[in-house]
Design a protein around this ligand. Structure first.
Ligand SMILES: C[S@@+](CC[C@H](N)C(=O)[O-])C[C@H]1O[C@@H](n2cnc3c(N)ncnc32)[C@H](O)[C@@H]1O
Length: 202
């Protein structure tokens, strides 16, 4: 299932305007609390869904150390261009244009998956979560972070402001969707306004 064309077009524009680096600066302080809890072991393979300019992909790749690898996926080609350019000279990193709903990897390819401020753009969240469940190895993890959820009242206006479809869930709704997709929740907390959930793939 492809991404919404208007969504990838918007983020292509953002990338051309330099806003990917703005997202990195804005998201990183809130995301770090989630990133630091991803139980990365040396040599792990990690997937970053909706990677933008790849800042978190590089962070996770560094955490996986010698023999580790990380892949960033994004529907906006201009984001992938920026992620690739920003990773020049680094090893064990790959960036792909693609959509959450059709992941181009074999079953169980990754020990961990990460996604920050991205999964609510999926045209079908359950299809996206089923694909993530498929490519994460049993016993691996999925960690997500979102600033867009019902209890964060000011975020409710974002779809109208941005002019693209976004799926609004409550914190309980996010937990239920992850659990329903085969991820047993082992952490749920807030980092400033970011809701962070980590699930263990069953
Ligand atoms: C708000 S940005 C977040 C980028 C990055 N995770 C960060 O924290 O800076 C959301 C990203 O998700 C990507 N995206 C949106 N819908 C997508 C889809 N269906 N499949 C893959 N990527 C998607 C967008 O192109 C965009 O780069």
């Amino acid at each position: 299932m492809p991404a919404y064309p208007q969504t990838s077009a918007l983020f292509d524009d953002w990338a051309r305007q330099g806003r990917a680096e703005g997202m990195e600066a804005g998201h990183q302080p809130r995301a770090l609390a989630g990133l630091e809890q991803v139980p990365v072991a040396l040599g792990d393979a990690i997937l970053d869904l909706g990677c933008g300019n790849g800042w978190a992909t590089r962070w996770l790749r560094a955490a996986a150390g010698e023999g580790g690898s990380a892949v960033g996926l994004d529907a906006a080609p201009e984001m992938i261009t920026r992620a690739t350019e920003a990773s020049t000279g680094l090893h064990g990193l790959d960036f792909r244009v693609g959509a959450f709903g059709t992941l181009p990897w074999d079953d169980g390819s990754f020990q961990h998956a990460w996604s920050f401020e991205a999964l609510y753009y999926a045209p079908d969240l359950d299809v996206a979560l089923a694909e993530i469940h498929r490519v994460v190895t049993p016993g691996g993890t999925l960690t997500i972070g979102t600033d867009f959820y019902e209890e964060h009242e000011e975020s409710r206006g974002w779809p109208a402001m941005m002019g693209i479809p976004m799926e609004l869930l409550s914190a309980d709704g996010w937990q239920a969707r992850l659990e329903g997709s085969g991820f047993a929740i082992e952490a749920r907390f807030f980092s400033d306004v970011s809701l962070i959930l980590r699930g263990r793939r069953t």
